[in-house]
Design a protein around this ligand. Sequence first.
Ligand code: 13P
Length: 253
Amino acid sequence: MRKKIVAGNWKMNLDYETGLGVFSEIVNMLRDEKQGGQQVVICAPFIHLHSLAKLSAEVLAVGAQNCHAADSGAFTGEISAGMLKSIACEYVILGHSERRQYFQESDSLIFEKTKAALKHNLKPIFCIGETLEERNSGNFFQLLEKQLKDGLFGLDVNEFKQVVIAYEPVWAIGTGLTASPQQAQEVHAFIRQTIATQYGTEVAENSTILYGGSCNAQNAPELFAQSDIDGGLIGGASLKSRDFVNIVKALNH
Ligand code: 13P
């Protein structure tokens, strides 16, 4: 059975004290209210992670939003996958469109980071998605396929099984414009088919594919009801504990 996941991506929001407060509220609400076996993850800024991992009380997992591809060395300002693992971080978002756009991350660099994460037993949440211009051009399926091939399909099958994929249409991120459930399902089915062609049907059927982009407590139930959508990667709505927990609960219906 595929793992169902709701992951929050706090991006560069919430100072240390505020972040710990929101996280504690989420832990308490989940402890009281969560039903079902869905995995919940909060991907926080680096400085929060050690404390959050200690507070998580096995109710949820903690993830980073980036890592460097090298194990160590003269890379001022960077954090390695091994360092993240050493503070009980379990996941890392890689290839987010904001990293691709603002930090010029290429598919090949994202692949190197994915390899590094897997080497240290971190689970990558690997993001792909098209801009509005690319969607309107009509050949965005080829673009998504290229992101998968160049960023991910160099992995062997056992490595690939550790990866969570997130489809985040760039035009839906932080815009309030959500992909319709039909639009999202169409792309998720395409991603699963592309995985099947590379790694076989069984691997594809067991792959977790998340939707991200203006997902909130109102639209989550219909998105999560689609057969190829296995949960969400949540930006803005993960900054408020009640909203985020309601999205987690939507995955159980
Ligand atoms: P929003 O939910 O704020 O649109 O952000 C989505 C996202 O980028 C999650 O990684």
